[in-house]
Design a protein around this ligand. Structure first.
Ligand code: ZN
Length: 113
């Protein structure tokens, strides 16, 4: 389950930011997860609950914001919007697509006390 490794890197980023800001605790973490990433939100939530336990973020709630995906279609020679990984081009039905956005995950915001 690679969500555990992802959650650990999120916690590292969050705790470092919290320490820099001399925070007593982290209230919330807002994550942007692309619709075309291989991240399973439920698995990520579970992993986050495990890794946050002993740190500044032990009481933090995790908010996951899904961001849109897009890809380059080789057949259409243009960019198209893609809702899910594995979907065909919405214009021509081709699977010759190169993901151009929506496969990333990043910490957007944290709320601290
Ligand atoms: Zn196409």
């Amino acid at each position: 389950m690679h969500e555990m490794a992802l959650a650990e890197s999120v916690i590292q980023i969050v705790e470092e930011a919290a320490r820099k800001n001399a925070a007593a605790a982290v209230r919330a973490v807002r994550l942007e997860v692309g619709r075309l990433s291989h991240v399973e939100p439920d698995a990520l939530r579970f992993a986050f609950d495990v890794v946050k336990r002993n740190g500044l973020a032990h009481g933090a709630r995790l908010e996951i914001v899904a961001t849109g995906g897009s890809a380059w279609c080789m057949k259409c020679s243009r960019g198209v919007a893609l809702a899910r990984l594995g979907d065909a081009c919405p214009r021509c039905g081709s699977y010759q697509l190169q993901v151009t956005a929506g496969d990333e995950m990043r910490v957007k915001e944290i709320e601290i006390d």
